[in-house]
Ligand binder design. Structure first.
Ligand SMILES: [Zn+2]
Length: 485
């Protein structure tokens, strides 16, 4: 026994053309005893592939026909030739007739030229949806895994492998990167022309723009390069603690101008107009230190409190441990414990000179104990020295964190940390066996950034919507001359 299902799809266009297609699925009763109930993924693939074939062919034919009409004399110019174009979609690859129309010889005498209408609506030979889905998966999962996932659930040809996923992800990344570069260029021009209309209100946390910026090390696959390169990853938002974190941005370029342009782009997207308080929170990495100096004034560079606290914490733990395990020495030790707490307290209140002074004193007092070869003392001394170096080299960027904290302002780059995790963590940093080119990594994070900022879809559709797109409006046909291939 069996049941034969028939699905019929019927389409009719403005020209009155009707197309009809049937898809048949046979379902035997025997399979019920194997636990197979209902339609399977494979059935779904078969159905969607068949339906897609009809719909895409019908739409392609209709669009081609519409584009053949000369917008001036409304006649059909000559055909140059027909080829077949393969259009990849999320529901399989569709082969469509791909005409090339000649320009109207009456209206454009002397212009012997042809154009391919399908190129206008499908420039990639893959639909925007498929490009988006592939890039989205490719920016989150290893390329091979993304390819497996796509072919498992969708009627996608097995020839679309990890190489296809990589290629599309990078292409989408390049497109986004170009758009951002274009926006940066536009905005720079506009900003130079604009006068400052508002007065800055210092100390208002809703007026403060905070950029939390960090770097991530990525293993390089380029043969003649050093083993690692850095990705600059950041988040840029308005307001203080507890407010939304704002936009993400990232670049594999460590050139100051590239970092600055990306930062200004993100700031403008958050409403920055060239004035107002900007703070840059970083861990003090060299390439990030240059950024605040290049930014419009007033920009303050602040060393992330978290990075300072993380350097003090192990010192406190050692001191704690020593107090508890060596009761005979507890007098001196508890004073060390107190001194470490004092250093932390001074740093929290931005009293850098006193903190340096106290820390130097502490290190001095630890010195005699170093001769005794006690590991804990040596470790404490080493950590203390590192902290001292860190504070000295960043002294200009250590502020009164307590004051900022009480005012509801940001003191830590927890946002940048989360940016690193969301943007590059899974794909690039933790997968230590993976190696990347600078270009590939940069483009991948562009996709990832657009995805997290919630604008991936929009950015992929933008080229079709801009003024003077490759697709003419159905109501106001543009002369094909402008679109001649
Ligand atoms: Zn004409």
């Amino acid at each position: 026994m069996a049941v034969e299902w028939t699905i019929t799809i019927e389409g009719k266009n403005d020209f009155g053309d009707i197309c009809r297609k049937e898809v048949r699925i046979d379902k035997s009763w025997e399979r019920l005893f194997d636990g197979d109930l209902g339609l399977s993924i494979e059935d779904g693939k078969k159905i969607m592939e068949a339906l897609q074939n009809v719909v895409v062919n019908h739409e392609a034919e209709t669009y081609s026909l519409f584009r053949r009409v000369c917008s001036d004399c409304h006649r059909f110019p000559a055909v140059k030739d027909y080829t077949t174009r393969r259009i990849r979609t999320v529901f399989g690859t569709v082969r469509v007739r791909n005409p090339r129309w000649m320009l109207c010889s009456d209206c454009y005498p002397g212009m012997v030229s042809a154009f391919a209408p399908l190129k206008e609506i499908c420039p990639d030979r893959a639909t925007t949806e498929l490009m988006e889905l592939t890039a989205r998966l490719g920016s989150t999962l290893p390329y091979r895994q993304a390819a497996n996932l796509l072919t498992r659930f969708l009627p996608i040809e097995p020839s679309e492998t990890h190489a296809t996923v990589r290629k599309r992800t990078i292409r989408v990344g390049e497109r986004i990167d170009n758009q951002i570069a274009e926006e940066e260029w536009q905005a720079t021009r506009e900003m130079e022309e604009r006068h400052q209309l508002e007065m800055p209100l210092p100390g208002d946390r809703h007026r403060e723009f905070a950029i939390s910026i960090d770097t991530a090390h990525v293993r390089s696959s380029e043969p003649d390069s050093t083993r690692n390169f850095e990705l600059v990853v950041a988040r840029c938002g308005r307001g203080g603690r507890g407010d939304a974190g704002g936009r993400y941005f990232a670049t594999a370029s460590t050139e100051q101008k590239a970092i600055l342009d990306r930062t200004l782009h993100a700031l403008r997207r958050e409403g920055y107009r060239g004035y107002g308080d900007v703070i840059v929170l970083s861990d003090g990495a060299e390439i990030l230190k240059r950024l605040p100096r290049a930014m419009p004034k007033p920009t303050t560079h602040i060393i992330d409190w978290f990075h300072i606290a993380m350097r003090i914490q192990p010192m406190q733990q050692i001191a704690d441990f020593m107090v508890r395990s060596q009761s005979g020495l507890s007098e001196t030790l508890s004073s060390i414990d107190r001194e470490i707490k004092a250093v932390k307290w001074r740093l929290w209140h931005g009293r850098v000179d006193r903190a340096i002074h106290d820390l130097e004193g502490l290190l001095e007092r630890l010195k005699p104990s170093l001769q005794e070869g006690v590991f804990s003392f040596a470790r404490l001394h080493s950590l203390g020295s590192q902290l001292l170096t860190y504070i000295r080299s960043n002294r200009g960027a250590i502020v009164n964190y307590g004051h900022r904290h009480r005012a509801g302002l940001r003191v830590a780059t927890s946002l940048a940390e989360s940016a690193v995790n969301s943007l590059v963590g899974k794909r690039m940093v933790k997968k230590q066996q993976m190696r990347w080119t600078v270009h590939g990594a940069h483009m991948l994070v562009q996709v990832r950034t657009a995805e997290i900022n919630g604008e991936l879809r929009d950015r992929l559709r933008t080229p079709f919507r801009q003024p003077g797109p490759n697709v003419p409006s159905l109501f106001n046909p543009v002369p094909p001359l402008l679109h001649a291939a």
